[in-house]
Design a protein around this ligand. Sequence first.
Ligand code: SF4
Ligand code: SF4
Length: 351
Amino acid sequence: MDKDWSEKNKEIQKFISKEATFKEAVQKLIEFRKELFQQITWIVEGYPEKAFFQMPFAGARGYHSKTLAYSIWHIFRIEDIVAHEMIAEDEQILFGEKYLEKIASPIITTGNELEGNDIAEFSEKLNVQELYLYAKAVKESTDQLILRLQYKDLKRKFDEDTRKKLIDSKCVSTDENAFWLIDYWCGKDVKGLIQMPFSRHWIMHIEAMQRIKNRLCKIARKGADPVAICGLSCNHCFLGEWCGGCRTDYNVCSFATCSEDGICPNVKCCIKKNIDGCYGCTALETCEKGFYVPTNDGANAAKAQSLYIRKYGKKEFLKVQTRLHDKYDFEKTQEILGQDYKEALRILEDN
Ligand code: SF4
Ligand code: SF4
């Protein structure tokens, strides 16, 4: 488990168990869920539709053997069922606001019963944008539920009526891979449900989603030109686990994701000019488009790298990048190359 997330989770579990620290635990849990949910937001906002039904670890043991779409569906179906059928005893979010129809899911269950290629086929049917809105609505509704809880509510247990209600809802498949969930949930008190479906379960599946997206980016990079259009090196980029590179469908570069159409202004301009990258442009030195906007503190470092490519070619450029990374510890090239593109070019040439 991610060390930071594991520590945060441990602290919340510890704090929630004592009345004196219960309210603090609730606040920490809400903050932690926000942090975890941001990971899902970045994935949904950054990746192409096809990413959500790929199974790059098909057949592996573990949550990463699923798809991105399945993971989102599964986390929030479980939370929705537990929060509304068991704790709040009101209507599930899936059935309000027509989420089920909008997502176009063929099932209302948690998905535990699906195996192998059925997971990919199921995932391909889902409208991911609507699924994301559903996940967000479930998260917000549960946050409110958690905030309303009192310390004494944590000890509340569930009886046979709750068990029957869960069975009657048909939201848990009768398949042996799924049905055990009902006994598992009913064996817990409210505190136990907070500790699993509302927190630890998120961590495990979001970590699996990270593994899936890292793998998808790696696959996307295979055979793609590692020199970014603006002059950066995708092979050396600190966003390598998030971004497949601006020459692939997995382009999660900030200037692409911030553009309305999802295409980086430098990429668009190079396509229009029919050139391979900004290094082939005569306006490079004075350009202020996209990555080169003066407010971007990496603009001049990128420009210097483009000038280097223009002078010495991509092969030499990738070599100098490797040498810089071997020599210095840095994430963004401007940390080494600074803010003046002429000086930055000199540093590159000196290395
Ligand atoms: S953020 Fe830019 S430089 Fe980094 S991998 Fe993506 S396209 Fe390449
Ligand atoms: S004008 Fe700017 S963004 Fe367009 S190709 Fe030239 S350097 Fe790149």
